[in-house]
Design a binder for this molecule. Structure first.
Ligand code: PLP
Length: 363
């Protein structure tokens, strides 16, 4: 049994991928070929964002979005401690200070009611993460940002395809970033990422930053990065976009079926009003002995994963920020209880029943 089955998906899109990769090789358009602008246009249209600028990874997308804000060393960026490391990493990498705000226990996303208390004169941006595939409470976050003139960047690495009050993830704030790491809801066959915005000036700066700060050929107006999306990865994404809306529906059905079968046994995902979930992870909580539970599942050949066992404020590299155990009690508590079950659009009912039976036996 696989945690995420990319082979079944490949069989569906194999012919299209093979022919487009062959075409790219024959025409040698490996860097910024036409497939790159095609996927940018396609994802802008899909999300409703005005501009979509691709880059080399979801981590780079976050870094480029922050670089486009021209912040100063020591400026503060508010984010959640309960996320993949990259969210905090890029903040620190740019000499900025990550300021953590605890999460809501129901959504696992940053708790907007705790944000204002953390705002100082140095606060410049908020990076809410739409964790596991469900958007953070963006309206509430945007309202705070507006009041204090902060920029909001949605880290949508896990939520591409999700909807929030009738709008798509990646089109809910000044900027948003997606990751196309293979296991994300929309993944390529390597690394890839995208920044979304409605702001024309930001879109131009992002485009320059992702290509060595190059404004015109050999004219560099900024310090940037070498962070372009490979043409081959763009072609993979184009093939996958043909089936993506159908996959999002399948994910919703499979997630709902898991919840129906598991809700009286374990804590299942809590879908917020007027939102959809793309289940980048289908994450449950067990009351006790999570690690033992995962071991017992493994003995039954049912793969599980823990996203994430250690919140960012307790990571060794952030020790000098002076955090201690107990600073973000909800994030710390859920990090000890959460685990994710196999989840992908091609999970059949028989396999899902086997997983559910395994959960019952291993509790
Ligand atoms: C995967 C992920 C990233 C980083 O994306 P990469 O494409 O792997 O660099 C950032 N934030 C979150 C929440 C993620 O899940």
């Amino acid at each position: 049994m696989q945690f995420i089955d990319l082979q079944s998906q490949y069989k569906i899109i194999e012919a299209k991928i093979s022919s487009s990769l062959q075409d790219i090789c024959e025409n040698a358009r490996f860097i910024l070929g036409r497939e790159v602008s095609e996927i940018e246009e396609k994802l802008a249209a899909y999300t409703g964002a005005e501009y979509a600028i691709s880059c080399a990874s979801g981590t780079d997308a976050l870094q480029i979005a922050l670089m486009a804000l021209n912040l100063e060393v020591g400026d503060e960026v508010i984010t959640t401690p309960f996320t993949f490391f990259a969210t905090g990493e890029v903040i620190a990498l740019l000499g900025l200070k990550p300021v953590f705000v605890d999460i809501s226990e129901d959504s696992y996303n940053i708790d907007p009611t705790l944000i204002e208390a953390k705002i100082t004169d140095k606060t410049k941006a908020i990076i809410p993460v739409s964790l596991y595939g469900q958007c953070a409470d963006m309206n509430a976050i945007n309202a705070i940002a507006e009041k204090y003139e902060l920029t909001v960047i949605e880290d949508a690495a896990q939520s591409f395809g999700a909807e929030y009050k009738g709008k798509k993830s990646c089109n809910l704030s000044t900027m948003a970033t997606a990751s196309f790491f293979p296991s994300k809801p929309l993944g390529c066959y390597g690394d890839g990422g995208m920044v979304f915005t409605d702001n024309e000036k930001l879109s131009q700066d992002i485009k320059i930053i992702r290509n060595h700060g190059q404004e015109k050929r050999y004219c560099h107006s900024k310090i940037g990065l070498n962070s372009r999306l490979d043409t081959m990865q763009a072609a993979v994404l184009l093939a996958k976009m043909d089936i993506f809306p159908d996959e999002v529906q399948k994910r919703a059905q499979i997630g709902a079926r898991y919840t129906k079968l598991l809700q009286n046994l374990v804590k299942t995902p809590d879908i917020q009003d007027n939102q959809t979930h793309v289940y980048a992870q289908y994450t449950i909580e067990v009351e006790r002995d999570r690690d033992g539970f995962c071991e017992r599942m493994k003995e039954k050949n049912i793969p599980t994963a823990v996203h994430y066992p250690r919140p960012l404020h307790l990571q060794p590299v952030f020790a000098d920020l002076g955090f201690k155990e107990g600073d973000f009690p909800i994030a710390e508590k859920v990090s000890k209880h959460v685990l994710s079950l196999p989840m992908h659009p091609y999970l059949d009912e028989k396999t899902q029943d086997e997983i559910v039976a395994g959960v019952k036996e291993c509790l």
